[in-house]
Design a protein around this ligand. Structure first.
Ligand code: GRF
Length: 205
């Protein structure tokens, strides 16, 4: 059994998609233990507790940076059963950069979703970057988290066509639909032990 912790900062629609997958049985072998936010007003906290009955926690930044904050995060996760041995940490719109110490703590047990086809358009406003650049195809990427921002080994990607007249908002909405397919799929593969990481490459067994 994998003990799942999800980190959010806002809406939590990807969190919702993952929890729906667990609840319906599409994602087997996963126990959602806790949803943690750095923001007390994150809408996803309500969704987690009211819609899914998953415990929630808020870990306020209090001006703490790097590992000083992240060790509080790790303690909140571990107290809920999300350990480096049998835990999985999903970043789902968590708007903080994770420290190298946290990455080492949960070595190869942290996933993130990014709304672009990495390595294109890392960082903030990925959908706006894609529209401004004029690419014809964009999408989303689920990847393992390593020390770099949006840099870890890619697990899976889904594409969408960029239409003439797309704005950041219209493209983001279409990419989000794909995110809601991709993230539960990646969590399922992780929970089934089907992800084999070989350097930068992730083989799906
Ligand atoms: C998503 O677009 C995700 O790719 C990015 O942040 C957004 C979070 O949305 N990392 P939500 O909170 O999951 O609805």
């Amino acid at each position: 059994m994998i003990n799942l912790g999800i980190l959010i900062s806002g809406r939590g629609s990807n969190m919702d998609a993952i929890l729906a997958g667990v609840k319906s049985g599409i994602i087997p072998n996963v126990r959602p233990c806790v949803v943690v936010s750095n923001k007390p007003d994150a809408a996803g906290l309500d969704t987690a507790s009211k819609k899914y009955g998953v415990p929630t926690k808020v870990v306020l930044p209090d001006d703490l940076k790097g590992w000083d904050y992240d060790k509080k995060l790790a303690a909140a996760l571990e107290d809920s059963g999300v350990t480096p041995q049998d835990g999985l940490v999903c970043l789902a719109g968590f708007m903080r950069i994770i420290s190298p110490e946290f990455v080492r703590h949960y070595k190869m047990r942290i996933l993130n979703i990014h709304p672009a086809l990495l390595p294109s358009f890392p960082g903030l406003h990925a959908q706006r970057q894609a529209v401004d650049y004029g690419v014809k195809v964009s999408g989303c990427t689920v990847h393992f988290v390593d020390d770099g921002v949006d840099l870890g080994p890619v697990i899976l990607q889904k594409t969408v066509h960029v239409m003439d007249g797309d704005t950041e908002e219209t493209l983001a909405a279409r990419i989000l639909e794909k995110e809601h397919e991709a993230y539960p799929e990646a969590v399922k593969l992780f929970a089934q032990g089907r992800l084999k990481v070989e350097g930068r490459k992730v083989r799906i067994l």
